[in-house]
Design a protein around this ligand. Structure first.
Ligand SMILES: Cc1cc2nc3c(=O)[nH]c(=O)nc-3n(C[C@H](O)[C@H](O)[C@H](O)COP(=O)(O)OP(=O)(O)OC[C@H]3O[C@@H](n4cnc5c(N)ncnc54)[C@H](O)[C@@H]3O)c2cc1C
Length: 269
């Protein structure tokens, strides 16, 4: 058996940023060349290292030819350092890691909140072969909606924008708007704030719909060694990050209630 460090995806690669796209307030996509990440499945993630600062998991938001991209929202030290990497700068990448979304030939509703839309855009592109899916794209306000043009170009009037302050699209919460639309669909794919995903899970259960949700937990190794991202019987990095309905049922006590910090202490969600 090969040791885990011998697997190609576990080898750290230095890549140069070739393009930066401003997506929304404090949110940008960094595009670079990487053979392995460019072939990732929607919903898989990369471990992205900013030299001297931090390594972080990031959903792969862009795969085209030999190019791949991650979309970062500036929130703390690591994400701010990554956000500031301009064209020409070097970053380190490992991956792709985890189990992504399983595209199924069913009437699909995608629901994303803020930077949680990152893995849903490649998924929407993949789902086009089964017919155009509907996307509910939510944010606090208009300036917080990433991938605006990309979503519109791909999905046309099948994108429903929702803002909490009503500055664009429908006013309210993405989960409420999605809940009203759900009856016309067979499967829900979601990524974003966990409270939103928990609500969608409850609604999907009530209405008998399939659901796949991409979860976020503190991660260190990214491939199932360290155990930092444990939730119930699962490791988010290896068994997820995308959880299906059965997996979500198994972690009902934690999902939407609490996560854990780097020391394993519970943090309420
Ligand atoms: C599978 C997976 C995929 C991910 N994909 C992405 C992605 O595509 N894009 C992306 O930007 N991030 C993504 N993340 C989150 C990312 O890995 C970092 O946790 C995040 O960028 C914060 O790192 P930091 O060092 O800047 O902040 P930290 O120093 O870890 O935290 C600083 C402060 O920000 C808060 N914080 C942390 N994360 C968030 C958040 N998401 N929203 C609001 N406040 C927060 C913390 O509670 C803390 O108070 C993903 C995480 C996982 C597990």
């Amino acid at each position: 058996m090969r040791s885990s460090s011998a697997l190609p995806m576990n080898r750290p690669r230095a890549v140069r940023v070739v393009k930066v796209v401003d997506e929304a307030k404090d949110t940008r996509t960094l595009i670079f060349e990487d053979e392995l990440l460019s072939k990732a499945e929607p919903g898989q993630f990369a471990m992205v290292w900013v030299p001297g600062v931090k390594e972080m998991p990031m959903s792969i938001s862009y795969m085209r030819g030999r190019l791949a991209g991650v979309t970062v929202k500036r929130v703390g030290k690591g994400s701010s350092a990554l956000y500031d990497r301009g064209v020409g700068s070097l970053i380190g990448v490992r991956g792709p890691y985890g189990k992504g979304f399983r595209p199924v030939r069913k009437k699909a509703l995608l629901v994303g909140g803020g930077v949680g839309l990152a893995p849903l855009l490649p998924l929407a592109e993949r789902l086009m072969e089964f017919g155009r899916p509907t996307l509910v794209a939510g944010a606090k306000s208009r300036e917080g909606i990433p991938f605006f043009d990309r979503a519109r170009r791909l999905l046309g009037d099948k994108v429903v924008f929702v803002t909490e302050d009503g500055s664009f699209g429908e006013k309210g919460l993405a989960s409420d708007v999605a809940g009203r639309l759900m009856d016309g669909f067979e499967v829900v794919y979601t990524c974003g704030p966990e409270a939103m995903m928990r609500k969608l899970y409850e609604l999907a259960k009530e209405k008998g719909l399939e659901i796949q949700a991409s979860l976020e937990r503190f991660m260190r190794c990214g491939f199932g060694i360290c155990g930092s991202c444990a939730i119930g019987p699962f490791l988010v990095c290896k068994d997820g990050p995308v959880f299906d309905k059965g997996m979500l049922e198994a972690v009902e006590g934690e999902f939407g209630s609490y996560s854990r910090d780097r020391c394993g202490r519970r943090i309420p969600i």
